[in-house]
Design a protein around this ligand. Sequence first.
Ligand code: DX5
Ligand code: ZN
Length: 216
Amino acid sequence: MVKVAPSILSADFSCLAEEVKRVEQGGADLLHIDVMDGHFVPNITLGPPVISCLKGKTSLPFDVHLMIDNPEKYVDEFIEAGADIVTVHVESTVHLHRLVTHIKDKGIKPGVALNPSTPLDTIKYILDDIYLVLIMSVNPGFGGQKFIPRMLHKISELRAILSQSNSEILIEVDGGINENNASKIIDAGADILVAGSAIYNSSNPEKVIKKLKECI
Ligand code: DX5
Ligand code: ZN
């Protein structure tokens, strides 16, 4: 069954712990935490202190999506704060293999994210070292954007590559996902759906999570 990872980017930050509890009780599988630095993407969100504050408030695994320059400089702080999965962007480092190996050596699951225009070839030689691939289906930086339809093809291409090698790497898809397009994204090969605005802007987040999971 597909997993759902609500993104707290669209949550009410004045009562973040309650917002997290709500999606946990609503059936979320992971908590997607978007970290933005105002350099790699044109927006600023949160850092390790917020993550460590949340750690005692939920038992959901923390899926930390780093949209920052120089991720190697900060990755340990995010691990210490309580990240369970740390996903870094291919475009943000020239030493991707070193970085994912470092994350793995720390006992944390490494993920690698690709912007919409970044080809799948860029991760060809690190496929043995990662836990998930995050396919960005919007240009990173903001919640509430429209899903880029072309990304369905990218997801199915990646699914084919992984199946050929019997790989257990998970495909996570992030950006513009809602109840109307989720089934196509799952059909293309997604294992984890990230959804921010579709869940948190709804008056009934629990129902949206349930519907996303039923979209098979
Ligand atoms: C975008 C973030 C996403 C975002 C998704 O840069 O990485 O995780 O929160 O939000 P929606 O679901 O609203 O597109
Ligand atoms: Zn994200």
